[in-house]
Design a protein around this ligand. Structure first.
Ligand code: N0T
Length: 521
């Protein structure tokens, strides 16, 4: 297997993102791959903490650990680099047979330079901070300061150069996140004289062209949005230059994550991380940061409407959907199914380690095997058909649903068939779905061949109906096989029939994969 090859230090293919007809896959060892990820807490990026990280990663059955690499950690003194944590992490990831995604905590970590070295974050003259419209200095560093870009880029380049040396053959590391939740709280843009001068000038041609606007100043072209769009453009340009320089050393996929704004309303940018890749500025980020392969949302709202709307906003023909972070509370686990239904290439709950830290109210109040169980079961289920699902998703043949908060069913349009997914039903008999005690269910369906589908789920019932009439009398389920995949081949275990199929296909907390064949008669 590729992991075994990698463990022996033999060469594997470079990870990359491919696009086909506006759909995406992350290629790992030459084939599509789903990231079933787990992100460690912010301060778990130290060798002494790793023993508390791996058991939680194993517990949820994640295939990939997302871990910060902090600028303050690799360049505590200017120009002197220390990659010992990265080396330790890599060795342990290989021992645990896990992939890694590394998070560059540089100029921006949740808007602030907290993870930058002291020589950066304590030197306002050399590395100027954003000043808001009222003249108040904010914590966030200005994206327009050449010295800051220069310093961050140099550190990131050193990081990528080292990564290539230690992982350029084995590819344990799949992707790198450049910065973390960029943007600025408490200022919609930088109002320092340096920034003001740029703001009073013309919108750069590349952006005018990309957005099909008429040339002019920021205020002319963007009106009331000018401040935020300006900040977004220059933040994206900064990040793009860091990423491009890193890719020149070692070109693996690079992405950014987003602290979200309200997906439904025109939320005031003074109240979120303005300039970061929120949904209203995705076109700007796309135009300004071509070296960034994708923009992933960090979803910390439990609501079904919020969650699915956000998935829609970040799944675009020009953007692969990757849920870069989500809450680790049980109710979030089911959204991995909706993420797959939106052609997602990965999903990563945040705060997966046994350090004792919890980010409630964003996530769970307690992290242990019991509270993580819904993640464990879904990751086990999806992990068992990882490559198959990822390959079918690239072809547009995957559907997914998560239990809504208010309704107790959803309908998936498979083309010739319609699948109704219901929650909270007993396994026997017909009844009106009442929902699970807490919304927790989900289903994934993938078309293997005409009239042949993989169906799997968690705490849900799936009923099918013919959507396009074919056959003289109608259609029937010809067979339901339970089985599993071994090296890409389906291995039959048993047939489901009678009670197991008469009232739909009922999924419990037991991970089961079914292959359903339809026929007409
Ligand atoms: C996330 C995480 C970590 C109620 C929070 C989310 C991670 C960062 N930030 O634990 O700090 O590094 O990316 C901010 C979400 C704010 C939502 C407030 C709405």
């Amino acid at each position: 297997t590729p992991m075994a090859r990698a463990a022996e230090g033999r060469s594997t293919e470079m990870p990359r993102i491919v696009r086909e007809d506006g759909r995406y896959a992350l290629m790992v060892d030459g084939a599509p791959y789903l990231v079933l990820g787990a992100q460690a807490n912010n301060s778990s990026n130290w060798p002494s903490v790793l023993p508390q990280v791996w058991p939680a990663v194993e517990q949820v059955q994640a295939n990939t650990l997302l871990m910060p690499i902090a600028w303050q950690q690799i360049e505590p003194k200017e120009g002197q680099f220390d990659f010992s944590f990265l080396d330790t992490l890599l060795a342990q990831a290989r021992e645990h047979d896990k992939h890694l995604v590394l998070l560059w905590f540089g100029t921006w970590k949740n808007n602030s330079p907290a993870y930058a070295p002291d020589w950066v974050k304590l030197n306002n003259d050399r590395f100027p901070r954003v000043v808001n419209a009222k003249g108040v200095m904010r914590g966030s560093l200005s994206p327009l300061a050449p010295a800051t870009l220069e310093a961050d880029r140099r550190a990131f380049v050193a990081f990528m150069r080292h990564l290539k040396q230690v992982d350029g053959q084995q590819h344990t590391v799949l992707m790198v996140q450049v910065e973390n939740e960029t943007g600025t709280y408490g200022a919609v843009r930088d109002f320092t004289p340096l920034a003001q001068k740029v703001f009073d000038g013309k919108v750069p041609d590349d952006l005018v062209k990309a957005l099909k606007k008429k040339p002019g100043t920021w205020a002319d072209v963007f009106g009331k949005d000018a401040d935020e769009f300006f900040h977004a453009y220059y933040t994206a340009r900064f990040v793009d230059q860091v990423a491009a320089a890193g890719k020149a050393e070692y070109p693996i996929p690079m992405y950014v994550n987003a602290a979200l704004r309200d997906p439904f309303k025109d939320q005031d940018p003074a109240t979120y991380s303005a300039g970061g890749p929120t949904w209203n500025v995705l076109d700007i980020w796309k135009a300004a940061a071509p070296a960034i392969d994708l923009i992933g949302p960090d979803i910390y709202d439990r609501g079904y409407e919020f969650y699915t709307k956000t998935l829609e906003q970040y799944k675009r023909p020009d953007n692969a959907l990757f849920v870069a972070e989500t809450g680790n509370d049980a109710v979030y686990a089911r959204y991995v199914f909706a993420t797959l239904g939106h052609q997602g290439i990965g999903f990563a709950p945040f705060g997966i380690d046994y350090t004792g830290y919890v980010n409630y109210p964003l996530g769970a109040t307690k992290i242990n095997a019991e509270t993580l169980e819904p993640f464990t079961v879904s990751f086990k289920l999806l992990g068992a058909m990882n490559r198959e699902l990822a390959a079918l998703s690239l072809k547009g043949k995957v559907w997914g649903a998560s239990e809504p908060t208010a309704d107790h069913s959803n309908v998936l349009d498979l083309g010739p068939y319609k699948a109704t997914v219901s929650y909270g039903l007993p396994q026997f008999g017909d009844a009106k779905p009442t929902g699970n005690e807490k919304p927790s269910g989900g289903v994934v369906i993938a078309e293997l061949a005409p009239n042949e589908y993989l169906v799997a789920g968690y705490r849900a019932r799936v009923d099918f109906a013919q959507a396009i009439k074919a056959g003289k009398n109608g259609y029937m389920i010809a067979s339901v096989e339970e089985g599993h995949f071994e090296n890409g081949k389906w291995v039959f275990e048993r047939l489901w029939n009678g009670d197991q199929t008469d009232y739909g296909l009922n999924f419990t907390t037991v991970p089961q994969i079914l292959k359903v064949r339809f026929a007409t008669f």
